[in-house]
Design a protein around this ligand. Structure first.
Ligand code: FES
Ligand code: FES
Length: 156
């Protein structure tokens, strides 16, 4: 039995500790916002936060997440109102949508570490998240928008 905490909820799950965390999140817990893309740490579709850091859940063993805090896209905010989610909506970022939860989870870490990123900072930080629909320009614009919203929020 492994105990994992996902989006502040504790779960005791009876799985092989070597099972990819992505399987536990999607197939055991039913949180399907996190996507399977490549299964080989190449695309970023499966990105979640493990103790606040972005990890590829397709190559993270569930055993490694035992006792740690995991956040998925479903737990990022209470009403889909994280500045990045608001900016994503405003800029109509998604096309097919498949890569987008991973994009947002990576962008959260970027903005925490660099609240006012340049285009180059964004390109560098987001280079591990692939979008087959090519929404990169809108992703960049939305991250700038979210950075501005955060800065505005910090003032008020
Ligand atoms: S599915 Fe994990 S990086 Fe592609
Ligand atoms: S929106 Fe389709 S893969 Fe990114």
């Amino acid at each position: 039995m492994i105990t994992i905490t996902v989006n502040s909820q504790r779960h005791d799950i009876d799985v092989d500790p070597n099972m990819p965390l992505l399987w536990a999140i999607r197939d055991i817990l039913g949180l399907t916002g996190t996507k399977f893309g490549c299964g080989a740490a190449q695309c970023g579709a499966c990105t979640v936060h493990l103790n606040g850091e972005a990890v590829r859940s397709c190559v993270t063993k569930t055993g490694r997440a035992a006792g740690q805090n995991i956040v998925t896209i479903e737990g990022l905010s209470s009403g889909n109102n994280h500045p990045l989610q608001l900016a994503w909506n405003e800029m109509n970022v998604p096309q097919c949508g498949y890569c987008q939860s991973g994009q947002i989870m990576s962008a959260v870490v970027l903005l925490r570490e660099n609240p006012n990123p340049t285009d180059q900072d964004i390109d560098d930080a987001m280079s591990g998240n692939i979008c087959r629909c090519g929404t990169y320009q809108r992703i960049r614009a939305a991250i700038h928008k979210a950075a501005a919203m955060q800065a505005e929020g910090a003032k008020s």
